[in-house]
Design a protein around this ligand. Structure first.
Ligand code: 9G3
Length: 563
């Protein structure tokens, strides 16, 4: 491809609103342009990267026995009403009307469409299992799209759905998908981890997220320093490893703690270790008030709280609601004297083991000391509701855990029968009995992968593409297009490269050399041939974008370096 015919509008300056390296480099390198918040055009360079990534995804999915199809982006509201999700999703679900005022959704995912598609055909165990996938545009009306392609509103996903007569068959396909994902992300050159995840609103039990390790990742991965254990922090369990010492229980006392607003301040003021204090957090769980008690040095994990109550929405209450329930402000809240109120109280395991504890007295500026569960206050539940912390024992019992940040690039689920029951997708089993089809679903953020790869492979001058996904293999630059020797040598080399099926971008523009080199660094194409003064001796410069190689080569040998 001649760059004089190409379209890659590079930028000299770093765009102000681009807040991560990948977002900055995609814009500066002329890879993407924003059309609206979270909505982008993939310009020719990005389109080529996208096709390389999709090709690798297809090869591994096909190898794993999945069959590619393509579903519409618009889905009739009726099937989302059948699954119930028309009613349970809010503003994130983009809804539109057609000319006849009929309701549609712009698909954020395709469980409903695919279940509707197969329910009249997959009616016998003889037709199972089936695993189908698509690579297609999704729309989720994110409140705060950011980080360029990492969190867009319109994005490209590979989503697969599998259908089974029994759990063993699902387990087998799930394992095949797990392996396919590992192969895909390895071929893309990513440093990734598969972590045990929370299935959230998707129901079902087993689910794994694939995370590309990155400092700017929005997810926190918890991993054992001594085993392969890795989990999303949202679901990493905190086992009940707490023992009471059996020491004598002192008389509860109310003490003044003027101006002590934080648990650390109260702990220091009263000379009670923060591990012997506990805090009361007021939540609204599907609208009802819940008080969560956690130890002073711990935090509430609201995903665990949500899963404990099987709720859809869990949010922290605001101060006015705290005053309504506790008759006191944040910083002085406690469970003593609450039970007659219409609030449910759930305590973390660690709180149940606190002896002679300290908590808010539900009176601004006062706390209780020597508080003991069972004697001084009651709780409705004791459960694992806290966030795991670095240094905590690993949930698998081996070593302790450390944290890393990751970008979610894939997520696989054992769905079970949540959709087949809601939408009556049944099959006749070998005993002639109607059974709901067992499903799995498997997603990869294809457009997000472009950014995840750049986050791992770049330097201050631009992108450094792994060969597997680079938009071109070779970038050939002529220093001075007015010099006929350079121009003719380059033209010949360009023809030869194409004859060798080397994907080559040929910078034949009449730009200054400095501009050409700066653009080449932004593009990040792995190999570079510079045709300059040495042409007169049949010599060119050969460089890799990584900087590892930079040498003078004979024109007749240089292409062998790019194969
Ligand atoms: C919605 C909206 C946003 C959503 C969903 C539904 C995430 C939704 C989870 C999934 C699960 C899997 C198949 C491929 C792999 C992931 N955000 N999810 O279901 F209506 Cl607005 O998409 N789907």
């Amino acid at each position: 491809m001649r760059q004089s015919q190409f379209f890659a509008p590079t930028l000299r300056e770093v765009p102000a609103d681009a807040d991560t390296k990948s977002h900055q480099l995609l814009l500066r390198g002329g890879y993407i342009k924003q059309n609206a918040a979270g909505i982008y055009s993939y310009l020719p360079l990005a389109k080529r990267v996208l096709m390389k990534i999709e090709q690798i995804v297809r090869e591994e999915m096909d190898y794993a026995g999945a069959v590619e199809l393509l579903m519409p982006t618009l889905a009739p509201a009726e099937i989302w009403q059948e699954s119930g999700r028309w009613y349970s999703y809010g503003a994130e679900l983009m809804r539109v009307k057609d000319r006849h005022q009929r309701d549609f959704v712009i698909g954020p995912t395709h469980e409903e469409i695919i279940t509707d598609l197969i329910r009249n055909d997959l009616n016998s165990y003889k037709k199972l299992p089936l695993n189908v996938y698509q690579i297609q545009t999704k729309f989720r009306d994110e409140k705060r799209p950011r980080f360029g392609l990492l969190r867009g509103r319109e994005f490209i996903m590979k989503d697969a759905y599998s259908f089974h007569a029994n759990q063993e068959s699902l387990d087998e396909t799930y394992q095949k998908m797990y392996t396919a994902y590992s192969n895909i992300f390895t071929r893309l050159g990513l440093n990734f981890r598969a972590v045990i995840a929370d299935s959230g609103a998707m129901g079902g039990k087993d689910t794994h997220e694939f995370m590309a390790l990155s400092e700017i990742g929005e997810d926190i991965i918890v991993y054992s320093t001594e085993s392969g254990y890795a989990a999303n922090i949202e679901m990493a369990p905190c086992p009940d490893i707490y023992e009471k010492t059996g020491k004598s229980l002192d008389q509860m006392q109310k003490v003044a703690t003027p101006e002590q607003k934080t648990i650390e301040a109260v702990s220091a003021f009263l000379h009670v270790p923060v591990q012997q204090c506990f805090k009361s957090m007021l939540y609204q769980v599907d609208g009802k008030f819940v008080v969560a008690l956690v130890r002073g040095d711990h935090e509430v994990n609201d995903i665990k709280l949500k899963n404990f109550f099987g709720a859809s929405v869990v949010e922290l209450a605001d101060e006015s609601q705290a005053v309504q329930i506790f008759s006191a402000n944040f910083g002085s809240l406690g469970p003593v004297g609450l039970q007659e109120k219409e609030v449910e109280i759930v305590a973390d395991y660690a709180v149940a083991a606190i002896e002679n504890g300290c908590c808010g007295a539900n009176e601004d500026g006062f706390h209780f000391i020597n508080v003991n569960m069972g004697r001084d206050y009651q709780v409705h539940h004791i459960a694992d509701i806290r966030l795991i912390q670095e240094g905590d024992p690993s949930p698998d019992g081996k070593g302790v855990v450390a944290f890393a940040r990751g970008i979610e690039i894939g997520h696989i689920f054992k769905l079970g029968t949540r959709y087949s029951e809601a939408m009556n997708a049944r099959f006749l089993d070998e005993n002639g009995k109607q059974q709901p089809i067992i499903m799995g679903c498997y997603g990869i953020g294809v457009s997000r992968l472009i950014s995840a790869i750049i986050e791992e492979y770049h330097d201050e001058k631009g992108i450094i593409w792994p060969k597997s996904v680079a938009p071109y293999r070779l970038h050939m630059i002529v220093v001075n297009m007015k010099d006929s020797v350079q121009r003719e040598l380059a033209e010949a080399l360009y023809q030869k490269a194409q004859a060798l099926n080397i994907e080559v971008l040929y910078d034949d523009r009449s730009e200054r050399a400095g501009v050409k080199f700066a653009d080449a660094d932004l593009f990040g194409i792995p190999y570079r041939i510079i045709v300059g003064k040495g042409s007169i001796n049949g010599e060119v410069e050969f460089k890799t974008r990584t900087g590892e190689v930079s040498e003078i080569c004979l024109v007749d040998e240089v292409l062998n370096r790019c194969l």
